[in-house]
Design a protein around this ligand. Structure first.
Ligand SMILES: NC(=O)c1ccc[n+]([C@@H]2O[C@H](COP(=O)([O-])OP(=O)(O)OC[C@H]3O[C@@H](n4cnc5c(N)ncnc54)[C@H](O)[C@@H]3O)[C@@H](O)[C@H]2O)c1
Length: 381
């Protein structure tokens, strides 16, 4: 009887999957999400989820990429997995450099990887960005599996195939879009995450909440991410990952619709680049969280976005990420970086994604006057 039910469920899931997203529950307490681009497995049993994924890929060699914090975690969690080689990079944004990319490629070369090998990126968004790029260019591309160990990677960075490194002070200036073969969100690894990294992931969750309905906006309105319980966590990750997969399936190569996911990112990249310049790196998701009220304010002025929602978002972001604290000179620098954002089209204007008061989907590519950006930053200072 149970197997008949599973078959019926699988049939419906396949049918739904043709239109967008599949949602399957397997015996290992994993949730599998998939679409035309790739699948995401949210798992409390990472070794068995990985073994299932690898059995389908039949790789000649398996190579581990991790950073100095996630490498020991990989060695513990995946102690029974046989790797044919590994490469460790410094933790955080600094590993997303051309030098680090070349170091990684050298290790892959000397490890004898072929196009039939699999590169396993174990860590947060820095690992999937760096490793995804290395995997895409090595011998013109081998298969990559991302094991996401941060909340930010779980809900966003590890999904959808955008990869890259920073170059000449600019975020993700070099990179390609290439889908991973598979993504596993390691729920066990997340339990080791420091608070700052939870908050960083939460910045992206708040971003999603502005585009979604259901559990995610409800959670953001009434809960504290630092006291989230595991059932809630899996729901939030599953819903956000599902949302991202749906967007990616509609625009895998990031040519238009997918730009809605850049909500808050133009301002965030300006803040990140400026903070980096003055030697005070802040996690990406926290920069996004601090940018969202700025973008919401601009959306209120330009797109009729609800004033009440702007005020609520300001309160939520202020509680979680704190206010901006910038002088006029700081803002000049941030705006300078925003002009250099690669999402601009080179016509000397700053463009960004804005929330639209009369539509559920954000408006991409909106030209925003510099004076309004200054006013909006002032609103959130
Ligand atoms: N490609 C995309 O679509 C996309 C989307 C959003 C963000 N990003 C990129 O992702 C990067 C940020 O990713 P991130 O926030 O995951 O940070 P990260 O990968 O830099 O990791 C942050 C820190 O957490 C540590 N860490 C990771 N997992 C851990 C764990 N389980 N326990 C303890 N420590 C752990 C890391 O070692 C590092 O020190 C940025 O470079 C950003 O540009 C990419």
């Amino acid at each position: 009887m149970k197997s008949l039910l599973r078959k019926i469920l699988a049939f419906f899931c396949r049918e739904i999957g043709k239109k967008g997203v599949i949602l399957l529950f397997d015996r290992n307490k994993s949730v599998m999400l998939g679409n035309k681009s790739h699948e995401v497995l949210v798992s409390r049993d990472t070794p068995s989820a990985l073994s299932g994924v690898l059995s389908k890929l039949s790789a000649d060699k398996l190579f581990l990429l991790a950073d100095e914090h996630t490498m020991p975690l990989a060695h513990t969690l995946l102690r029974d997995v046989r790797f044919d080689g590994e490469h460790c990079v410094p933790a955080g944004e600094s590993c997303k450099s051309v030098e680090s990319l070349l170091g990684c490629l050298s290790s892959m070369e000397s490890g004898g990887l072929t196009r039939s090998s699999v590169l396993l990126n174990f860590g947060g968004g820095s690992m999937s960005d760096l490793g995804g790029f290395a995997g895409a260019v090595f011998k013109r591309g081998l298969r990559v599996v991302n094991v996401a160990t941060t909340l930010l990677a779980a809900v966003d960075a590890s999904i959808g195939g955008k990869t890259g490194v920073n170059y000449m002070g600019l975020k993700n200036e070099l990179g390609v879009v290439r889908m991973p073969a598979s993504v596993i969100v390691s729920v066990e690894a997340l339990s080791e995450l420091p608070n700052e990294q939870w908050l960083s992931g939460y910045g992206e969750v708040v971003k999603y909440s502005l585009m979604m309905s259901g559990a995610v906006p409800q959670f953001v309105r009434s809960n504290d991410v630092l006291s989230i319980d595991s059932a809630e966590l899996e729901t939030i990750i599953t819903e956000c990952a599902n949302f991202k997969l749906r967007v990616v399936a509609r625009d895998p190569h990031d040519t238009g619709y997918r730009h809605i996911l850049n909500l808050g990112h133009t301002v965030a990249h300006g803040i990140e680049a400026y903070e980096h310049e003055r030697g005070n790196d802040i996690p990406h998701g926290i920069a996004v969280g601090r940018s969202l009220p700025v973008v919401a304010y601009i959306s209120y002025v330009m797109k009729g976005y609800s004033r009440k929602k702007v005020a609520r978002l300001r309160h939520i972001c202020c509680e979680a990420f704190g206010l901006l604290d910038y002088s006029c000179k700081d803002v000049d620098k941030i705006i300078e970086y925003m002009y250099r954002d690669k999402k601009n089209i080179g016509d000397g204007h700053i463009r960004m994604v804005l929330l639209d008061g009369s539509a559920n989907v954000p408006d991409v590519n909106c030209e925003v006057p510099e004076s309004l950006i200054r006013e909006a930053i002032d609103f959130y200072c």
